[in-house]
Write a new protein. Structure first.
Ligand SMILES: NC(=O)c1ccc[n+]([C@@H]2O[C@H](COP(=O)([O-])OP(=O)(O)OC[C@H]3O[C@@H](n4cnc5c(N)ncnc54)[C@H](O)[C@@H]3O)[C@@H](O)[C@H]2O)c1
Length: 267
């Protein structure tokens, strides 16, 4: 049977690949047959991910890259050119976070978060898009957005949520701009997933102990997500199975965005 989800002979660039959701996706892409360029600021995590990619029988280029630095992003893609000669898939994953009340947020903290969460996603998409346009064989660009960019979370998520909303609109705009080149542009919108950063936040003594119960009230499937939960949706969007899917914001959220604020899954 034809495997519509195969990524055999595809080159995928995954940013944020040293940890969490991007790491799980990079390994999932390798298991589907792609060769990888893995980018992050954490060398140890990158090598760990590369080991898993190679164990799946695929190639892994390890690229130290801070996506908030446009020159470093350019170098990352030049490295991909040298190693593979093309890029078929880009997965935008990293984030930076400042938990601040909007009235207290400094401009410096605002700029730092936007530089990673939004500008870094754009510069990577631009570098990948230019190459895909020049090659004329299309491609798939996937960004990790968030439920936080679709509805408001409060609790000092302000700049993060605003950046994620920007990622969602960038997804729609690029999907329209680049459709004629066969480039599909989509976003995944996770709810709270138990990745290292979320685990650290949940375990922080300063975090409200009632929070998990509160979060679960908003998730009809009544559990937090795991990194593995995002792998299938990412492979789908990267693959030919999603050949006519572009500009979509796909929640991976156990039903969170479907639930009205006045609704409930416990009764
Ligand atoms: N975990 C969740 O609950 C959740 C929910 C919604 C959205 N998201 C989104 O999913 C994505 C991944 O989150 P995660 O929970 O897996 O995080 P994580 O902390 O496990 O991984 C993030 C990775 O990004 C890297 N990184 C940070 N700044 C970077 C930079 N400037 N350049 C390159 N790499 C950098 C980190 O080193 C780390 O390896 C983020 O975009 C996040 O906003 C996560």
């Amino acid at each position: 049977m034809r495997n519509r989800f195969s990524l055999v002979d595809k080159i995928a660039v995954v940013t944020g690949a040293a940890s969490g959701l991007s790491q799980a996706i990079a390994i999932g892409f390798a298991e589907a047959g792609a060769d990888l360029a893995l980018a992050d600021i954490n060398p140890d995590g990158l090598h760990e991910t590369a080991k898993s990619v190679r164990a799946a029988g695929q190639k892994a280029e390890v690229c130290l890259c801070d996506i908030s630095d446009a020159a470093a992003v350019e170098q990352l893609f030049e490295r991909v050119d040298d190693a593979y000669g093309r890029v078929d898939i880009l997965l935008n994953g990293p984030f930076a976070f400042n938990r601040e009340k909007p009235e207290e947020l400094t401009l410096e903290d605002w700029n730092d978060a936007i530089a990673v969460c939004l500008t870094g996603f754009f510069t990577c998409a631009q570098q990948a898009g230019r190459r895909m346009i020049e090659r004329g064989m299309g491609g798939s660009i996937i960004s990790i957005g968030s439920i936080a960019g679709a509805t408001a979370l409060g609790r000092g998520n302000f700049v993060y949520s605003v950046a994620k909303a920007g990622v969602h609109q960038m997804t729609r705009e690029l999907a329209v701009e680049w459709a004629g080149h066969g480039i599909r542009v989509n976003a995944l919108l996770p709810a709270q997933m138990r990745t290292p950063s979320v685990a650290r936040w949940l375990e922080d003594p300063a975090t409200d102990k009632e929070l998990v119960a509160h979060l679960l009230k908003g998730i009809p499937m009544n559990r937090l997500g795991e990194a593995e939960d995002i792998v299938g949706p990412a492979v789908f969007l990267a693959s030919d199975a999603a050949a006519f899917v572009s500009g979509t914001l796909l929640p991976v959220d156990g039903g969170n965005l479907a639930l009205n604020a006045g609704g409930s899954h416990t009764w």
